[in-house]
Design a protein around this ligand. Structure first.
Ligand code: PMP
Length: 352
């Protein structure tokens, strides 16, 4: 089991010694000030309050609101330009390019590998079991010392399943590195978030996003939640004003209306199950995997053909055939009832 000292000893030395950029606005916050510090335009020329001003670099008011909703502290939250920013910063914080590596459990979300490669960080790949569960013993016995961060996507994209909590905890307690649990789809799922475990495991970083259940993909807002010392390193290396004023305003409004996402989550989950039923009646759909997300993974007779047929009919789904364990699989995001109906009607016309 790692201590917070073990965890912070994994931070790259250049980042430990880094003197971060000190933004003008970071030094002085509050209302009714004469702000002549940040070389902004003093005139509010556009139809949005404060759009001529840089946002609070640490987004404190929003963090306090999120912290009270989640029962954690504001210092345990990092807000990023989408959760993809958190993924990138975690790698840059803990992995020495050309030396250290990350671990992933395939098939999974593609950005972990892409981000690692951009940063010249190696990727150690572990295969999920046939039921898409993680083999913790296999991982713990084989993982090399150079792996600093393991990424667990839960629920997993593109397979849609959740990992057992005892498997996640086994990795958290026995792996000598950081464990990122990416909960982008957690709001659609029956299991609880592992956020409550951040005090038990200092090597745990939970990633969440406002892009899915909260319907704010266009605003680009994601979270990393962890021990405050880990979060302080992410804050140290992020761009000073990484989340824009309009996005933060949208987030504030959304957080005041929590019942709205709740209602749409229910609708998406019930549409998902209806769509699954209908897909399974099609002769060329061999299997639709159980999903705890807002998408379905379906094994088909010919994924390439179905994918291009749908494209010709103006419907975009993802062909996941090139992913391990996903031959001839397509991934379909649950749409509106009308969109799902058009999808099914269109598929019914395909002879395969
Ligand atoms: N994690 C997972 C598992 C995802 O599927 C996605 C988006 N498809 C993200 C993270 C990134 O989300 P965002 O950057 O919009 O927060």
């Amino acid at each position: 089991m790692m201590t917070i000292e073990n965890v912070t000893s994994l931070v790259r030395p250049n980042i430990v010694s880094l003197k971060p950029y000190s933004s003008a606005r970071g030094e002085f916050l509050g209302d009714n000030k004469i702000l002549l510090d940040a070389n902004e335009n003093p005139f509010e020329m556009w139809d949005m309050e404060n759009i001529n001003r840089y946002p609070d670099p640490l987004q404190m008011d929003v963090k306090q609101r999120i912290a009270s909703i989640k029962g954690i502290k504001a210092e345990e939250i990092f807000i990023g330009n989408g959760s993809d920013e958190a993924v990138d910063l975690i790698m840059r914080c803990f992995c020495e390019p050309a030396i250290d590596r990350i671990a992933i459990f395939e098939p999974t979300y593609g950005m972990y590998s892409v981000c690692a490669t951009v940063n010249n960080i190696g990727v150690e790949k572990f295969l999920l079991k046939d039921d898409f569960g993680i083999d913790a013993d296999d991982f713990l016995s084989k993982v090399s010392n150079s792996v600093k961060v393991a990424f667990i996507c839960n629920p997993n994209n593109p397979t849609g399943n959740i990992q057992r909590i005892d498997v996640i905890e086994k990795i958290l307690s026995q792996f000598n590195g950081l464990v990122v649990v990416d909960e982008a789809y957690i709001d659609f799922c029956s299991d609880e978030s592992v956020v409550k475990l951040i005090n038990k495991y200092p090597n745990l970083i939970v990633i969440q996003t406002f892009s899915k259940a909260w319907g704010l993909a266009g605003a680009r807002i994601g979270l990393a939640i962890a021990n405050y010392q880990v979060i302080s390193f992410l804050n140290k290396i992020k761009f000073p004003y990484n989340v824009g004023v309009p996005s933060l305003q949208l987030l504030r409004n959304a957080l005041k209306n929590k019942s709205v996402p709740r209602k749409f989550i229910q609708q998406i989950v019930s549409e998902r199950e209806k769509l699954k039923e209908k897909l399974m009646q099609l002769p060329f759909i061999l299997k639709v995997y159980p999903s705890q997300t807002n998408f379905l993974l379906a094994k088909t007779k010919d994924a390439k053909r179905i994918h291009s047929y749908l494209l010709e009919n103006n419907i975009v789904v993802r062909n996941r055939s090139h992913e391990p364990l996903c031959s001839n699989c397509i991934r379909i995001t649950v749409g509106t009832p009308a969109e799902n109906q058009i999808l099914i009607e269109t598929l019914k016309k395909l002879n395969l």
